[in-house]
Design a protein around this ligand. Structure first.
Ligand code: DHE
Length: 513
């Protein structure tokens, strides 16, 4: 390498920035763990799509990351070289490798020690298991929801995002990471089944109502990956190309049980896609043209059967969704985050608009009955407010002012309260307990002043609520859902989301997707 044979005296004359050769530094210091191509190895991918949301990349390179294999390089690299390296990592890759069935298959590794148990290997209620994602050291803890005992703690791929999805019988769970890895874990056997890399950068995952198929929403490549849930083998890579031929990233994919389909939010195109999970589905049409000779309306591109695609064309892209309980309607937020639109999925068009400024985070929305009417609530990432919407006429019932913008909501059919965090700003240490009828804040729980206290999840019967102390030396705090008194504290490494098997597989009232 040329830079190594330049004499020291000449180096001393060069300004530090001129000396920096970030590609060479990457090859010397990063490639062995993060891959020659920056797409990940034992360490995560180092590309803008992933690093865009990581704070203090320079500090991590200098000091390393506790509880991980990431060492610090301050002894080898000057601050200028680290700064140049960060710039290099945040530069998009010149070319993207293909990521199709061959690459997915090559990445797939099944656990050779996995032995499926005939019955749960623990004595507790398998339907009352709660999984805690610990983002501090990339693990999941498996909690018994009655005793709050940790039954197992297993390593996950780096940076798990979105809710893990359970098989319809609650036995298996599928967990997705931002680097596109999908991990399958058997709760009965307390053992990993295997993992595969469905894409290079992914958003979230959904499971079909019959539990046979997994859909992975991807940014890189712009696609939806369908995996066989039994062995995580690739079944179909659906390239997402809008009607005007622009490729689009997929912001999110959700299961629509009542429709037997997946619904996709397209990031870069004013379209919503529905992918059938019913082998008898369709035909779905891409649109109609008027044939002036025959006078007939002729369908374009009819698709039918399993994975048939239906395109719903709207005015502008919607980033995230919420659904009415019968899945006939979808509420989406527009990209500017100042408006909500209600799309009737049966007729395939917008039927109402909602005043929802301040970046509504519809993926966290929940619904409940109030005065005999079904309402939904959504937090806003840009404003300290929760919007409550009547789902019959789509009017705004009210807005609950909170001491800062929140991220997540949860409730349960057996609870009179909804639990809402304040994720951003000086009051991020508060968990708000709100009466579902009066919409008044009943209590602000603040057991750890100054530290982020967020994301609530109920136990199966709604008797207890688990909240994350979202810090490196964090904890899950268990509350009695009626008295709002603390019952237990379980030390955890930066716990984020928590997911109760029963609440998720039954779509319990008060649980987001
Ligand atoms: Fe999430 C769920 C999108 C940033 C933690 N997040 C979701 C879902 C979507 C979404 C669409 C629902 C998917 C599902 O569960 O299947 N999240 C986004 C974003 O667009 C956003 C704002 C920016 C981004 O870069 O992705 C974003 N999310 C974050 C975070 O910064 C959080 C706090 C930390 C992290 O782990 O990345 C975060 N998101 C979560 C969690 C859920 C989630 C814990 C599942 C919530 C649940 O209760 O189901």
């Amino acid at each position: 390498m040329i830079r190594r044979i330049v004499s020291c005296s000449l180096l001393a004359l060069l300004p530090m920035a001129a000396m920096a050769d970030p590609a060479a530094d990457y090859a010397d210091y990063c490639a062995s763990c993060h891959g020659e191509d920056r797409l990940g190895g034992t360490g995560p991918a180092l590309i803008p799509e992933t690093l865009g949301r990581v704070r203090d990349v320079d500090r991590i390179i200098a000091e390393g990351r506790v509880s991980t294999q990431m060492a610090g390089f301050a002894g080898d690299l000057s601050p200028e070289r680290i700064a140049a390296l960060v710039g290099y990592l945040k530069t998009p890759l010149a070319t993207l490798p293909d990521w199709g069935a061959d690459q997915i298959t090559a990445s797939r590794s099944m656990n050779p020690d996995y032995r499926p148990a005939d019955a749960p290997v623990f004595s507790g209620d398998p339907m009352n298991i709660t999984l805690v994602v610990e983002t501090g050291d990339h693990h999941v803890s498996v909690l018994d929801g009655d005793t709050f005992q940790v039954l197992d703690r297993f390593a996950t791929p780096f940076a798990v995002h979105g809710g893990p999805k359970f098989s319809p019988d609650g036995r298996f769970v599928y967990i997705m990471s931002r680097d596109g890895w999908v991990q399958k874990y058997d709760i009965w056997s307390l053992s990993e089944v295997g993992r595969t890399r469905a894409a290079l950068n992914s958003r979230n995952i959904a499971i079909s109502p019959d539990g046979k198929w997994l859909a992975v929403a991807n940014y890189l490549p712009a696609s939806l990956t369908i995996l066989d849930s039994r062995d995580l083998s690739p079944v179909k890579m659906i390239e997402v190309i809008a009607r005007d031929k622009t490729p689009s990233r997929v912001s999110a994919v959700y299961q629509a049980p009542a429709r037997d389909s997946f619904i996709l939010a397209l990031k870069d195109a004013p379209e919503i896609w529905e992918i059938a999970t019913d082998p008898e589905a369709g035909p779905f049409y891409d649109g109609f043209v008027h044939n002036y000779q025959s006078g007939a309306e002729e369908a374009l591109g009819a698709e039918k059967g399993l994975f048939a695609r239906r395109r719903i064309v709207i005015d502008e892209p919607v980033d995230d969704f919420f659904f009415s309980p019968d899945y006939r309607e979808l509420i989406g937020a527009n990209r500017n985050g100042d408006k909500g639109v209600v799309v009737n999925l049966d007729v395939g068009r917008i039927i109402a608009e909602l005043p929802l400024p301040g970046l509504p985070h519809l993926g966290s929305g929940i619904t409940w009955e109030r005065d005999g009417r079904r309402v939904m609530a959504t937090p806003h990432l840009g404003e300290g407010v929760l919007s409550v919407i009547d789902m019959q006429d789509w009017s705004l019932v009210g807005q609950i002012e909170t001491p800062g913008p929140g991220f997540f909501l949860r409730s349960h059919a057996n609870s009179p309260y909804l639990w809402a965090d304040v994720f951003f700003g000086p009051n991020k240490d508060q968990m708000l307990v709100i009466d579902k009828q009066s919409l008044q804040i009943v209590k602000a729980l603040k057991p750890f002043p100054g530290q982020t206290f967020a994301h609530a999840e109920f136990t199966r019967d709604g008797s207890h609520v688990l909240v994350s102390l979202w810090e490196d030396e964090g904890a899950v705090v268990v509350y009695d859902a009626k008295t709002l008194q603390e019952v237990k504290r379980l030390p955890m490494r930066k716990p984020s989301g928590k997911y109760n098997v029963w609440n998720k597989i039954t779509f319990e009232d008060g649980t987001s997707h």
